[in-house]
Design a binder for this molecule. Structure first.
Ligand code: AMP
Ligand code: MN
Ligand code: MN
Length: 321
């Protein structure tokens, strides 16, 4: 049984590292923190937590995350007994932290991306799960691990954010049952929701209004997209992740089949966030070495903004739009 293998590995490991993905979201951060605390509570071992990029302000309410260290603060020569990746769809999502995973005596992965295909010694990848938080909850139950309020809060935040507030198609009877159990363990739904979604700065709202004004609509408004430039993000400076939830705002239009956001990371390099109501957009992003889920996927693409948009639109149309 895979869960017993993880139990054995934790028992035999002196040092454990948990790694979350680039541009962290609530699922990777909540799962990382919950796993760290579960291992501490149940085995009296304190794994280290690694982030690849800055933790967005909206997740700072999970105060245990202040123990997470940036990749640059880790000693490259260190070999961990056990390295666990959480919510990491592909190894390039952990950038240079790959070396820690590759050198680890035991490699483990907990994830729910159907495009996850890298190898590891211990694997919990359930593509029908709403979130990595859900996979981790089942794993914890199978191991009879004890819970506390902080763990429940982190797992609830993971499931809440990856289901878009229990709205997306990954919201199942199972995910709601787990959420209910987490509330019994002490998670406070209204407080967690408020921290995640109702603590934005004025600049956040104004920036999103500015972006929505620039949205482009094609094919009878079936495809909608927004291009966000670095200079705009800098102009509206905010501690919030200014584009958080922006692509979903294009999806609320009844005509929208596919919505995407092109966010400039560097001159001629864009991060793509794509959402869909029917077609499988992970097939689109896979063409550009990305991945994700059927209705929510992403990749990084190079070129001028308009040529990137054109390439994406051509692939979307190949999927049957
Ligand atoms: P996002 O648009 O960043 O919220 O991502 C939507 C989904 O696509 C998430 O499940 C991500 O894990 C996945 N995803 C985003 N970017 C990439 C990428 N470069 N490679 C693989 N999967 C990605
Ligand atoms: Mn994620
Ligand atoms: Mn996830």
């Amino acid at each position: 049984m895979e869960y017993l293998k993880l139990d054995d590995s934790i028992k035999s490991s002196k040092n454990i590292l948990i790694i979350s993905h680039l541009n962290p979201d609530g699922d990777t951060l909540g799962s990382m923190l919950a796993l760290r605390d579960l291992i501490y509570l149940n085995y009296k071992k304190k794994p280290e937590m690694m982030v690849i990029s800055k933790i967005p302000k909206m997740y700072e309410f999970m105060d245990g995350l202040k123990d997470a260290k940036h990749l640059s603060k880790f000693d490259n020569s260190m070999v961990y007994d056990l390295v666990i990746l959480v919510d990491v769809a592909a190894l390039d999502r952990i950038c240079d932290a790959k070396v820690f995973f590759e050198k680890a005596k035991i490699k483990a992965v907990i994830d729910h991306h159907k495009t996850n295909n890298y190898s590891s010694d211990i694997r919990f990848v359930e593509s029908e799960a709403s979130s990595t938080g859900e996979v981790l909850f089942r794993l914890a139950e199978d191991n009879n691990w004890k819970f506390n309020e902080k763990i429940a809060e982190a797992l609830y935040a993971a499931i809440l954010t990856d289901t878009g507030g229990f709205r997306h198609d990954n919201t199942s009877a199972v995910s709601l049952k787990i959420a209910s159990k987490l509330v019994e363990f002490g998670a406070k739904p209204q407080w967690i929701y408020k921290n995640c979604y109702e603590m934005k700065s004025k600049n956040f709202v104004m920036f999103q209004a500015h972006c929505l004004n620039k949205a482009k609509f094609i094919d009878n408004d079936k495809i909608a997209y927004i291009i966000v430039y670095k200079k705009d993000i800098e102009k509206y400076e905010s501690e919030d992740d200014l584009t958080e939830g922006l692509v979903e705002k294009l999806k609320i239009m009844d005509s929208t089949e596919v919505a995407f956001l092109l966010k400039e990371i560097d001159n001629k390099t864009f991060k793509v966030s794509m959402r869909s109501k029917n077609i499988d957009v992970s097939e689109v992003t896979s063409v550009f070495n990305g991945g994700g889920h059927k209705f929510a996927a992403g990749c990084v693409i190079k070129g001028s903004s308009e040529s990137c948009a054109e390439k994406l639109i051509a692939e979307i149309k190949k999927q049957g739009l």
